[in-house]
Design a protein around this ligand. Structure first.
Ligand SMILES: *Cc1c(COP(=O)(O)O)cnc(C)c1O
Length: 240
């Protein structure tokens, strides 16, 4: 990266980190209870390297192919997060490369993971994506379906359930996203209470550039931030 771009990236990272710390303070949480995942789907490998040099290690991609392409170009201590849909025909190649699948979003994927685990003994760490808005295009489990059939996921040998993920409806006013984040947290609490011997579901993956501060106030442990990190940085060949 050129020095001006790198300097701007450094400033943006500092602003996001300060905002995370302030939101944690408001919520009486410790700042290290929130993991910043840099969503790099719209930037070049060069910018990802810049983020790496600034100390970031968690990168989120919405497409498996991006992880296939980029992982070999970055150091091994990077944790790759898949935050977009995983087609089962891409899953076998993708699973060994990722730290966390945020988008366990449907039964057919869960079933595929179960079959795969029986063959290979591989378990995938995942958060359950829940569809909480009325936008028809968004993916994720329906919350009633999940409440009724959660034990099916618990019994799945291919999935290590670590938490829940959701996206709020995009709104310029972050406050309107608060209800969605609260709903995800409450759904998590209900599932945990109904299955006291089940996983603790500690991860709440929620909050993007326009609403991560509100998400943290509502309990987010992982925020997925893209745009806010790249403001003012000239495009280095926008991949997406
Ligand atoms: C793109 C994306 C993000 C990041 O969005 P920004 O508004 O750029 O911060 C977060 N989560 C998911 C699932 C995404 O696809």
């Amino acid at each position: 990266m050129d020095p001006a771009g790198f300097e701007r990236l450094q400033q943006n990272v500092a602003v996001v980190r300060a905002n995370i710390a302030a939101a944690c303070e408001r919520a009486s949480r410790s700042a290290d209870s929130v993991h910043l995942i840099a969503v790099t789907k719209s930037v070049s490998v060069e910018i990802i390297r810049g983020l790496y040099d600034l100390g970031l290690r968690d990168f989120g991609e919405s497409r498996p192919q991006f992880i296939w392409d980029r992982k070999p170009q970055l150091p091994d201590d990077v944790r790759w997060h898949l935050i977009g849909p995983l087609q089962t025909n891409k899953a076998r190649r993708t699973l060994p490369m990722i730290h966390l699948l945020h988008s366990l979003d449907r039964w057919s994927l869960a079933d595929w993971l179960a079959d795969e685990a029986i063959k290979t003994d591989v378990k995938c760490s995942a958060t359950i994506e829940v569809h909480l808005t009325d936008e028809p295009a968004k993916s994720g489990f329906d919350s009633d379906d999940l409440r009724q059939n959660y034990s099916r996921l618990l019994a799945n040998p291919g999935i290590d359930l670590v938490g829940m993920m959701a996206m709020a409806r995009y709104d310029d006013n972050a406050e309107t996203c608060r209800a969605t984040f609260r709903e995800l947290r409450e759904l998590r609490d209900q599932l945990r209470q109904a299955h006291p011997t089940g996983p603790k579901l500690e991860v709440l993956s929620m909050g993007m550039s326009n609403d991560y501060q509100v998400a943290i106030e509502e309990g987010a442990t992982h925020v997925r931030v893209g745009t806010a990190l790249f403001e003012g940085i000239p495009s280095y060949g926008t991949p997406l």
